[in-house]
Design a protein around this ligand. Structure first.
Ligand SMILES: C[S@@+](CC[C@H](N)C(=O)[O-])C[C@H]1O[C@@H](n2cnc3c(N)ncnc32)[C@H](O)[C@@H]1O
Length: 277
C-alpha cells in the first residue's frame, strides 16, 4: 500500500480542513492511507502528494473531494442515541417550547444528520408527544455527505442502526423491508426533510428558517477550534431567542461562545439562546 509522508498528511489535512472544517488527525494516517488507496488507483496517481494536488487543482476536484470526504468523515449514528438527553428533550424542553410558542409550528434542525437516524428519532418522539398533537412539525436534517443523505431519504436500516431501539419502538415506528432490514414508517418520514449543507457555509445556512431547536451532536468534535466557533456563531444566528441548542455529550461551548446560556434541567444540561427583551 502507498504510504503517506508527514508532509503529505499535512497538505491533505489542509485541503480537507478548508473544505469542511474536518481535521485529519495524525493518528488517522493509516485509516486515510487504506481508505484512499482505491482512489489513487482509480485515478492512476502514484502517491498522496499528487493526490492532494489533484484535490486542489484538477478541474474534477469538487467531485473527488466529495468522494474523499465520504471515505474519511465519521458517519457513525443510530436511532435513540444518547437517551438521557432525548428524555430531557421530551419531558422538559418540549413543554417549554410549547409554552413559549407564538403559533403552533416548531422548526427543529438536525445539523450533521448523517444517514437520518437522528431526525427520524426526533420525528418519532415529537409525533407521539401529547403536547404536540395538532402541531405542525418541521424537522430538517442536513449533512455534507450526499451518500448519507441518499441513505436518509431511503430510510431503510439494518440491525446496527437499531441497537438502542426497544421492541415497542421497533413495532411502532418501523415496517419490514427486504433482506431482514426495516423501513421507517411513512408518517415518521413525512415530517422530516433533508438537504445538503456544509456547516462552514454561513451563506447557505441563511436560507433556512429560524429554528426553535438545533441538534448538532457528535459533529463539532471533528472540527478545529476556529471552525467550531464559526459553526456555533451560525447556530446562534439561525436560532430564535429562547431556542435551544443540544450538543453531543462530549461537546460543549466552553471558550467557543458567550451567546448561549447553560440551562440546568433536572435530567441534563442544555444551551439556550437568551432573550433580549
Ligand atoms: C458522527 S456523525 C453524527 C450523526 C448524528 N448527529 C449523531 O450524533 O448520531 C457526523 C456527521 O457530520 C457530518 N459533517 C461533518 N462535517 C460537516 C460539515 N462541515 N457540514 C455538514 N455536515 C458535516 C458528517 O458527514 C457526518 O454525517
Amino acid at each position: 500500500m502507498v504510504e503517506m509522508t508527514p508532509e503529505q498528511l499535512r497538505l491533505l489535512r489542509d485541503v480537507l480542513q478548508q473544505a469542511c472544517g474536518f481535521v485529519l488527525r495524525d493518528d488517522l494516517k493509516f485509516v486515510a492511507e487504506r481508505r484512499l488507496a482505491p482512489r489513487l488507483e482509480a485515478l492512476g496517481l502514484r502517491d498522496f502528494g499528487t493526490y492532494q494536488r489533484y484535490l486542489r487543482f484538477d478541474p474534477r476536484r469538487k467531485e473527488e473531494l466529495e468522494l474523499a470526504l465520504d471515505l474519511l468523515l465519521p458517519r457513525e449514528t443510530y436511532f435513540f442515541r444518547e437517551p438521557t438527553q432525548l428524555t430531557t428533550f421530551v419531558d422538559e424542553v418540549v413543554p417549554r417550547l410549547v409554552q413559549d410558542a407564538v403559533g403552533r409550528t416548531l422548526h427543529v434542525w438536525s445539523a450533521g444528520c448523517s444517514s437520518g437516524e437522528e431526525p427520524y428519532t426526533l420525528s418519532m418522539l415529537m409525533g407521539d408527544h401529547p403536547l404536540l398533537q395538532g402541531w405542525d412539525l418541521d424537522l430538517l436534517g442536513t449533512d455534507l455527505s450526499q451518500k448519507a443523505l441518499l441513505a436518509a431519504r431511503h430510510a431503510e436500516y439494518g440491525p446496527s442502526a437499531l441497537r438502542a431501539t426497544s421492541d415497542a419502538q421497533r413495532a411502532r415506528f418501523f415496517e419490514p423491508a427486504e433482506h431482514g432490514r426495516v423501513r421507517v414508517t411513512r408518517a415518521v418520514r413525512e415530517r422530516v426533510r433533508f438537504g445538503w449543507l456544509n456547516l462552514i457555509d454561513a451563506e447557505g445556512a441563511r436560507l433556512l428558517p429560524m429554528m426553535d431547536v438545533i441538534f448538532c451532536r457528535n459533529v463539532l468534535i471533528y472540527f478545529d477550534t476556529e471552525t467550531r466557533r464559526r459553526v456555533v456563531q451560525l447556530f446562534s444566528e439561525r436560532l430564535r431567542e429562547g431556542g435551544y441548542l443540544l450538543l453531543g455529550h462530549s461537546e460543549n461551548l466552553f471558550s467557543l461562545s458567550t451567546r448561549f446560556e447553560l440551562v440546568q434541567l433536572s435530567g441534563d444540561l442544555v444551551y439556550r439562546k437568551p432573550r433580549t427583551t
